[in-house]
Ligand binder design. Structure first.
Ligand SMILES: C[S@@+](CC[C@H](N)C(=O)[O-])C[C@H]1O[C@@H](n2cnc3c(N)ncnc32)[C@H](O)[C@@H]1O
Length: 231
């Protein structure tokens, strides 16, 4: 039987922060990650290298999916880490270029998500305050294959990220959803701040983007696809 629900492929899906947002926007989501996580909320999961998965399954992906989303690890992307790709044994290989090459070969609309220092086109920037969340977590999105998503207004932050910095405690409406200790957010605080209720894994919670970000993107992807169909 024909499945009317449009499908998103979520590469580097981790515990599924991005996946959940696309689901909330009405998509069926298949995740790919090198690490299996039992709590992953997608409808389907493949444990594999994400870039190899795309090259190995090009035809089927083109047939099944309407959008490919990719969140390559950002640890290799900060300015001090750049250029270390060629160092043998580097634990954080830079995956953006090979990911983009695979997605361009695929020829589907795509979204690559990453941090400010990453070498992606900054077509869209999202901040937790745009969605009334308890994290700031600025993230940038490269949109591929004619996909356009309106940039929401970057509203003034309501205050500081709470926690210790240089021996002083600052209070504020946002939690520090990175690192460990030193006033950084607890598991419960991160879940509440990001709107995630299906995992308690500290690292996965730190890495997850708030589902509100991809719900926003997904809603516009549906409009974009409807316009493409009508054209
Ligand atoms: C930044 S996290 C993604 C967070 C996710 N978008 C979310 O919202 O929850 C990056 C993920 O990439 C995975 N990863 C690292 N190298 C990979 C590779 N070569 N292929 C597939 N997944 C990989 C890691 O296991 C990690 O789960």
């Amino acid at each position: 039987m024909h499945n009317p629900q449009p499908e998103v492929l979520d590469l580097f899906c981790c515990a599924g922060g991005a996946t959940r947002g696309y689901q909330e926007a009405g998509f069926r989501v298949t995740g790919v990650d090198i690490v299996f996580r039992e709590e992953y909320p997608g409808e389907e999961f493949h444990q594999a290298d994400a870039v190899e998965f795309v090259w190995d399954n090009m035809e089927e992906i083109r047939r099944r999916f309407v959008l490919a989303h990719a969140s390559p690890p950002c640890q290799g992307e900060g300015a001090p880490a750049k250029g270390t790709n060629r160092v043998r044994g580097n634990p954080h290989p830079r995956l953006i270029e090979p990911t983009r090459a695979a997605l361009e070969a695929l020829g589907l609309p795509y979204v690559i998500e990453n941090v400010a220092g990453a070498e992606i086109r900054k077509d869209l920037m999202l901040c937790g305050e745009m969605f009334g969340l308890g994290v700031i977590m600025h993230r940038f999105f490269e949109l591929g294959w004619r996909l356009e998503i309106p940039q929401p207004e970057h509203r003034k932050h309501r205050g500081r990220v709470r926690g210790w910095r240089h021996g002083r405690y600052y209070d504020g409406p946002y939690v520090a959803a990175y690192g460990n200790g030193g006033g950084k957010a607890t598991v419960a605080e991160m879940k509440e701040a990001k709107g995630i209720d299906w995992t308690d894994e500290h690292l996965a919670l730190r890495e997850a983007i708030p589902p509100a970000y991809t719900r926003y993107i997904g809603e516009y992807v549906r409009e974009f696809l409807a316009l493409e169909r009508a054209a």
